[in-house]
Design a protein around this ligand. Structure first.
Ligand code: ZN
Length: 492
């Protein structure tokens, strides 16, 4: 009897603790306030400049040396003509030919500089899909309240919005306290090795360290995570790494009429099956943990309870997150078998079978460690592994500090109903290259996009609403003007 009472008291106490923690952890916030209407629509000539920027097909070839740089040269000439005050005020430098570096000198040399960055290369319009575009992919057409074409969301718009903001501030006589650098890569879509990497080296050689770097990578989104209605402003504090592993399996060649039990291709299939059924253990990496804690108040009661009581529910929470591909990618390094090749003829046994596994690395997992893991899974098989292109996961930037606070402050102003949150970027951006010269690297573009709009990035009908572009200009104007408490002219 006493035993039963002890158990009951324990269970009651546990329930009270779990519920108490849940209720006090992150109460749901009030509903969205009125939409911000403070910035109005950008001037027609600013919209024209973005339209023109879109018309240059600045596409890097996979093999960089094969790139046609004529559109890049024309784009740079266009910038000089379109933003004359900016070019007169800022020192410009071209690093490795086409990476653009501009320095707007501040009045107080004792302050560490800030960097705003983007890339001006774009991906091509996929052959055969041209006719599916409402307005051609390099038209820059202004119609239906939008500007259309490659680079409107990824991400020439960010570059031109920076320059619109700076040009206007210069015209109004503004001078920042600290240096602002504007840095634009020319090959982000093909890996950034000739642009952002070289720019980062350039700064490192000069001994310049930044107080903050802001690149692309997260948007304000709604409806991306199930059950969360509040728009989330995703500020990328880290990005996953990636590696393509080539797996080669040896086998006996010869005629297929008298085959061994396993051909090289059979071995490859065995290994791929083992890899798919043995994912790496999930874990709450730092950025995913920060994000969950931050958005817990917007989630249903059960999820909130789990996040508020990780000491008890961590395994359950990881299990739930692991069941959905979107959230699964946040909590583990993912494996995707994407390519395979073996014999060239139906009746010839392959001497060699090759497969490629595309891996996205969570911060904390390394290219070498995953190769070891595959080796272990393939123990006993005639296997060799070669990492092809690889990029380690980035470090994690703190979700605090002057730049982070400035970004969240402006999000609160422009998107009063949205919740700003740290986030792990799944793809790769140029931002990772700048950890060499900065600890506070962020990825965020201040536009509110729907899921459909997000899917036009690298797809058909990439376009930006004029409302969004106007907000972008406003955001950078407010970010630069008054970063260090300067008095700057109010937005017209
Ligand atoms: Zn991009």
């Amino acid at each position: 009897m006493t035993g039963l009472i002890v158990v009951l008291v324990f269970l009651l106490g546990l329930t009270a603790l779990v519920l108490g923690r849940t209720l006090y952890f992150a109460p749901p916030r009030g509903r969205a306030e009125a939409e911000f209407s403070g910035c109005g629509e950008a001037a027609p000539d600013a919209l024209d400049r973005l339209s023109r920027a879109i018309t240059f097909p600045t596409i890097c070839a996979q093999d960089y040396t094969g790139t046609d740089f004529t559109p890049f040269d024309r784009f740079i000439a266009f910038l000089e003509e379109a933003y004359p005050l900016f070019h007169r005020t800022c020192e410009g430098e071209r690093v490795n030919g086409y990476a653009l570096v501009y320095r707007w000198k501040g009045s107080d040399p004792s302050l560490a500089p800030m960097m705003l960055t983007a890339h001006y290369d774009v991906v091509p319009v996929e052959a055969g899909t041209e006719a599916e575009w409402t307005h051609p992919g390099f038209s820059g057409a202004r119609a239906e309240g939008r500007i259309w074409g490659r680079g409107t969301l990824d991400i020439k718009s960010q570059l031109t919005a920076h320059l619109e903001a700076a040009e206007a501030l210069i015209r109004e006589g503004f001078v920042p306290k600290r240096d602002f650098y504007f840095v634009y890569g020319q090959d982000e879509e093909t890996g950034g090795r000739n642009g952002a990497y070289k720019a980062a080296d350039y700064f490192a050689e000069k001994g310049i360290r930044f107080a903050g770097v802001l690149d692309e990578g997260g948007f304000v989104v709604s409806g991306v995570l199930k059950g969360i209605k509040t728009p989330l402003a995703l500020i990328g504090v880290a990005e996953k790494g990636f590696c393509n592993y080539e797996l080669t399996l040896e086998g006996e060649g010869g005629h297929s009429s008298m085959p061994p039990v396993h051909s090289a291709l059979g071995y490859a299939a065995k290994l791929i099956a083992a890899i798919e059924t043995h994912p790496l253990r999930s874990r709450l990496s730092l950025p995913a943990g920060l994000m969950l804690r931050n958005i817990a108040g917007e989630m249903g009661f059960m999820m909130r309870m789990a996040v508020a009581n990780l000491w008890l529910f961590r395994p359950l929470l990881l299990w739930i997150l692991g069941r959905n591909p979107v959230t699964n990618a946040m909590i583990r390094s993912t494996f995707a078998a994407t390519m395979a090749r073996a014999s060239n003829a139906a009746n010839v046994l392959p001497q060699r079978a090759r497969a490629v596994i595309n891996v996205r690395l969570l911060p904390g997992d390394s290219v070498a460690a995953v190769a070891e893991y595959f080796k272990k899974l393939g123990k006993g098989l005639p296997l060799s592994i070669r990492p092809l292109e690889a990029e380690e996961a980035s470090p994690v930037s703190p979700a605090e500090g002057p730049l982070y606070d400035r970004i969240t402050g402006l999000i609160g102003e422009i998107y009063p109903g949205a919740l700003a949150t740290p986030y792990l970027v799944m793809g790769g951006t140029d931002a990772r290259k700048y950890y060499k010269v900065c600890d506070y690297v962020y990825r965020f573009t201040p536009v509110l996009v729907t899921n459909e709009e997000k899917n036009t990035v690298h797809g058909t009908n990439e376009s930006i609403s004029i409302v969004n572009y106007s907000r972008m200009i406003y955001f950078y104007r407010r970010l630069i003007g008054g970063f260090d408490g300067e008095a700057f002219p109010a937005m017209i």
